[in-house]
Design a protein around this ligand. Structure first.
Ligand code: PMP
Length: 286
């Protein structure tokens, strides 16, 4: 089945969809993106994703190409054209096409591109055994809260993980603390049983999964702290896990080849994962 994309106001077979070479996304990574999960053909947490998209656009002073309603229609149409029941929809908005010059063009026509693809459930062995992460220095800029398409350090980091046979790389700041993964947020459960994740500042992307998990944690009445934690603290933790739209809640059982806790997914992580899957199944229409 051929895949379809939305580009420059049209729905096209993906093989025919293209942007001009002077698109500022292509030349300057001058753009933002979102990835929204699709379950049973429905967008999950579209509201918070579009809110974060707005925030990213505002921070970079890129105008919105269309309002939420119209954007929702485009997203759903691309999902339907690609017959995605379970998967994800990707949207990217760049500052548009203009002769190459670092400063903003006088007239900006933001360029929206939308694609969608099917994803199967995570391989059971990853869920059952948990995943390995490696640690790498965080080389990114000072505005990681913006979901920008400038992802070179994330690309290099994920490749380092892949070459080490790991699932993800946890980025470490100058103080020796974990910021986040290259495409996921990082969490631990301390020996004392408290859940810890870094607060949503400029050093991390405030994941939508992160926000939902924090809500679930509050509902369950579990103890949690939002603060930075070090690699050493993560290694001394009882459990560790990562969260993202496509990985959901996934146990981290080894960091730099050393086991976390018993080296198997812990009870806390498993319970949160179940709660999160229930949230997906309910297809929360927020
Ligand atoms: N941090 C980074 C750097 C990411 O790229 C992502 C995934 N886009 C996340 C965290 C997780 O965000 P979300 O839960 O919204 O997918």
């Amino acid at each position: 089945m051929s895949r379809y994309a939305y580009v420059a106001g049209r729905y096209l077979p993906q093989a025919e969809a293209a942007v001009p070479i002077e698109d500022r996304g292509y030349q300057f990574a001058d753009g933002v993106y979102e990835v929204i999960a699709v379950e049973d053909g429905r967008l999950i947490d579209a509201g918070p994703h579009l809110k974060r998209l707005d925030r990213s656009l505002n921070e970079l002073r890129i105008p919105r190409p269309m309002g939420d309603r119209a954007l929702g229609i485009v997203l759903r149409r691309v999902v339907a054209l690609n017959r995605v029941r379970r998967g994800m929809v990707y949207l990217q908005i760049s500052r548009g096409v203009a002769p190459r010059d670092h400063a903003f063009p006088r007239e900006v026509q933001p360029q929206l591109v939308v694609t969608a693809k099917r994803l199967t459930l995570q391989p059971p062995h990853l869920v059952e055994a948990g995943v390995r992460v490696v640690t790498i220095p965080d080389l990114r800029w000072a505005r990681c809260d913006i979901k920008s398409i400038a992802l070179l350090p994330n690309v290099m980091g994920k490749q380092a993980a892949r070459e080490a046979g790991a699932y993800e790389a946890w980025q470490i700041d100058r103080d020796g603390n974990v910021t986040e993964g290259t495409s996921s947020n990082a969490w631990i459960v301390t020996a004392g049983g408290s859940l810890v994740t870094r607060p949503a500042g400029n050093e991390i992307l405030n994941g939508i999964t992160r926000t939902v998990v924090l809500e679930l944690v509050r509902e369950l009445g579990l103890a949690f702290e939002q603060r930075a934690f070090s690699t050493a603290e993560a290694l001394a933790a009882r459990e560790a896990f990562l969260t993202s739209t496509t990985s959901h809640v996934l146990a981290v059982t080894r960091i730099d080849d050393m086991p976390v806790g018993d080296g198997v997914p812990g009870a806390f992580t498993k319970a949160l994962r179940q709660r999160y899957l229930a949230h997906l199944a309910a297809g929360s229409g927020r």
